[in-house]
Design a protein around this ligand. Structure first.
Ligand SMILES: Nc1ncnc2c1ncn2[C@@H]1O[C@H](COP(=O)(O)OP(=O)(O)OP(=O)(O)O)[C@@H](O)[C@H]1O
Length: 240
C-alpha cells in the first residue's frame, strides 16, 4: 500500500503542495482530479522522487521512500508514467518494452508473459515491435510507456494524465487495461484533469485544489459531492 502523509513540496521558494495525505491500496484505482495548476503533477513527481518534499512522508508497504532518488523509488516497486512521451525515442518498441524488465532482474519467462498480455490488449505494439519509438504517434507512445511500466510489474503505478494526446477511441481500452491491472493486485493512481472519463473505472476519487485535498470519497459519490461543494460555495458567495 502507498501512503502519503502531510506532503509539502514546491519549486524554489514557491510552495505547491500544502500538506497532502492519501493512500492507495493494492487492487484499487485512486483517481486524482483538480484544475490546471492545482499541483497534481507536482504530487506525482514528489511521490516518485523527482522533487524533494520539504515536509511529510511517502511510504510503500510501511517502508519510507521520502527523499530517495527516483531510481531507488522505482527499484522499490513504484513506477510513474508521465504525461507526454517519456519512452526512449531511438530504441525500438520491443527494446523499450524490454527496458521494463530490468526492474525484474532479467526474468525472461516473466517478460514473455507480460509481452503476450500487453500485445493482446494493444496489438499495435506487436505490429510495430521493430519500429523506433519516435516513429509512433503520441498516443501510441503513451501506450508504449504504459506497456513498459506493465512489464516492470510495479506494486504501485502512478499514471499522470493517461488520456493526454490519446485518440478518444483508445481511452476505453487504456482505462479497462488499468482496471484489470489494478485487479491483479497493483495499487493504481490516475491523475486526470477531466475526471468524467476515468471515473467509472476508479474505486476512489480525490480532488486537489491549490495543493490541498478538498474531496476524498468513493468514486461513485464524486458527482454528488462536487455539486454539493459547488452549491455550498454559491450560497456562501450569495450571503457575503
Ligand atoms: N518546473 C516547475 N518550476 C516552477 N513551477 C512549476 C514547475 N512545474 C509546475 N510548476 C507550478 O506548480 C504549480 C502546480 O503545477 P502542476 O503541474 O503540479 O499542476 P497540475 O495540477 O498537474 O496541472 P496540469 O493539469 O496543468 O498539469 C503551477 O502553479 C505550476 O505553474
Amino acid at each position: 500500500m502507498l501512503e502519503v502523509r502531510g506532503l509539502m513540496a514546491g519549486y524554489g521558494d514557491i510552495p505547491v503542495l500544502r500538506g497532502i495525505s492519501l493512500h492507495a491500496k493494492p487492487g484499487e484505482i485512486l483517481l486524482i482530479g483538480g484544475e490546471n495548476g492545482a499541483g497534481k503533477s507536482t504530487l506525482m513527481r514528489a511521490i516518485a522522487g523527482f522533487i524533494k518534499p520539504s515536509q511529510g512522508s511517502v511510504l510503500l508497504d510501511g517502508q519510507p521512500l521520502t527523499g530517495l532518488p527516483p531510481e531507488k523509488v522505482a527499484q522499490s516497486g513504484l513506477r510513474l508514467v508521465l504525461d507526454g512521451h517519456r519512452v526512449f525515442p531511438e530504441l525500438t518498441v520491443y527494446d523499450n518494452l524490454r527496458m521494463g524488465v530490468a526492474a525484474r532482474r532479467g526474468d525472461r519467462a516473466g517478460l514473455a508473459r507480460s509481452l503476450e498480455e500487453i500485445y493482446a490488449v494493444f496489438p499495435i505494439l506487436k505490429e510495430k515491435a521493430k519500429a523506433r519509438a519516435h516513429d509512433l504517434s503520441g498516443g501510441q507512445q503513451q501506450i508504449l510507456a504504459l506497456g513498459q511500466a506493465f512489464v516492470a510489474q510495479p506494486r504501485v503505478l502512478l499514471c499522470d494524465e493517461p488520456s493526454l494526446g490519446v485518440a478518444q477511441a483508445l481511452l476505453p481500452p487504456i482505462l479497462s487495461f488499468l482496471r484489470r491491472w489494478a485487479e491483479g493486485g497493483t495499487a493504481v493512481v490516475i491523475v486526470d484533469q477531466h475526471v468524467k472519463i476515468s471515473l467509472p473505472y476508479a474505486d476512489r476519487a480525490m480532488i486537489v485544489q491549490r495543493g490541498e485535498v478538498v474531496l476524498d470519497c468513493p468514486a461513485g459519490e464524486l458527482d454528488q459531492r462536487l455539486s454539493d461543494m459547488h452549491e455550498a460555495r454559491q450560497s456562501a458567495y450569495a450571503e457575503s
